[in-house]
Design a protein around this ligand. Structure first.
Ligand code: 4NP
Length: 155
């Protein structure tokens, strides 16, 4: 059975593509590639079809992480499977999903899985340009998320 993980932010050009790329790398390094389907999407449609933000692409390239995805907007189909891990970057993303699609039983904020930070929201680097800080937060969250899923799914 495939485990679906969908990272969600506002524009799907800064934070959620970064999370998708980092998490995919962690999954690959753990030898679990064939167990997971990892993706990302935005609640907004402004950047649909665009590559990730240059700041996200730069930091991923510096870390040797490949990413070629394009922005897309989340759909009802993405939210339809109650087992999909829906992982948001901040409270506003969570609220947007809730408003648009109702309660999802497996929806979480990424930083709930980090024990390295007291931050609850990944700040939006589209406005702050703090791509390195965001990378650290997202990486911590992704490591915690994979650990949690491995325990839950017995991997
Ligand atoms: P993201 O950042 O949600 O991390 O992809 C943003 C990108 C674009 C916009 C907002 C946030 N925007 O308003 O266009």
């Amino acid at each position: 059975m495939t485990i679906n993980v969908l990272f969600v932010c506002l524009g799907n050009i800064c934070r959620s593509p970064m999370a998708e790329a980092i998490f995919q790398q962690l999954v690959d390094e753990a030898g679990l590639t064939d167990k997971f389907q990892v993706d990302s999407a935005g609640t907004g449609s402004w950047h649909v079809g665009e590559k990730a933000h240059p700041g996200t692409r730069r930091i991923l390239a510096e870390q040797g992480i490949a990413y070629n995805g394009r922005s897309r907007q989340i759909t009802a189909q993405d939210m339809a499977d109650p087992q999909t891990y829906i992982v948001t970057m901040d409270q506003s993303n969570s609220n947007n999903l809730h408003r648009q699609f109702g309660q999802h039983p497996n929806q979480h904020r990424l930083l709930a899985f980090s024990n390295q930070t007291t931050e609850t929201d990944v700040p939006d680097p589209y406005y702050t340009s703090t791509f390195e800080y965001v990378y650290q937060l997202v990486k911590d969250g992704c490591e915690g998320l994979l650990e949690t899923i491995r325990k839950q799914e017995g991997l």
